[in-house]
Design a protein around this ligand. Structure first.
Ligand SMILES: [Zn+2]
Length: 198
């Protein structure tokens, strides 16, 4: 299933973020109020893998009918992380992570309690290890595997949480990140196995 269509304002924000990250290898985040399409903030902490929302965003997110959407960039090109899902539990109705090859990861929390349980630090580290091992076990029969298992560990966990119905999750793959059919089958197999443990 494809990710929902972005509004023209969201496309503008995504393009600005990807443009900014071309000149500076930092994470940028653009937070939008979906009710009125107003950009609340576009910021960076001048760090490659982190950009925390400001206090204003926390206040807005706690208003009863808030509908904040996060657009940010992933320099690692990996899928949504435990920190992203934490933001999706408490602050954002929807999260988008964009990569410079055109890949976009999309997520939305459906069962907050289950997501919080599975992204708890120790549990999440165990899931990363399990996902890596499941991918590795299934990929031994491959003659050539040009990615390390950990590259797809978050993707596997996210698919497992989707199978369980805890999240909505989708990816529009770009040229670089798109797994070939064989790798996709390995990820799906690993996600099915992992889902049984979530
Ligand atoms: Zn992220």
């Amino acid at each position: 299933m494809a990710i929902r269509q972005l509004s023209s304002k969201e496309i503008e924000i995504r393009d600005s973020i990807l443009d900014l990250s071309k000149t500076r290898e930092w994470e940028f985040s653009g937070i939008l109020n979906a009710r009125n399409e107003i950009l609340i903030e576009l910021k960076t902490e001048m760090l490659p893998q982190r950009c925390e929302p400001s206090a204003d965003v926390h206040i807005l997110a706690n208003q009863p009918d808030s509908h904040l959407i996060l657009h940010h960039n992933h320099l690692t090109k990996e899928s949504l992380s435990s920190a992203d899902w934490n933001g999706a539990c408490y602050l954002f109705k929807e999260i988008f992570a964009h990569c410079d090859d055109g890949t976009t990861y999309y997520g939305k929390v459906k069962d907050k309690l289950q997501v919080l349980k599975n992204i708890e630090q120790f549990t999440y580290q165990q899931h990363l290890l399990s996902a890596g091992n499941l991918i590795l076990n299934n990929s031994q029969k491959l003659y050539f595997f040009n990615a390390t298992p950990i590259d797809y560990a978050k993707e596997t966990i996210n698919n497992a949480m989707k199978i369980k119905g805890y999240i909505e999750y989708d990816v529009d793959w770009g040229a670089f990140c798109r797994p070939c059919k064989t790798v996709m089958a390995i990820i799906n197999g690993a996600a099915n196995d992992l889902a049984a443990r979530l």
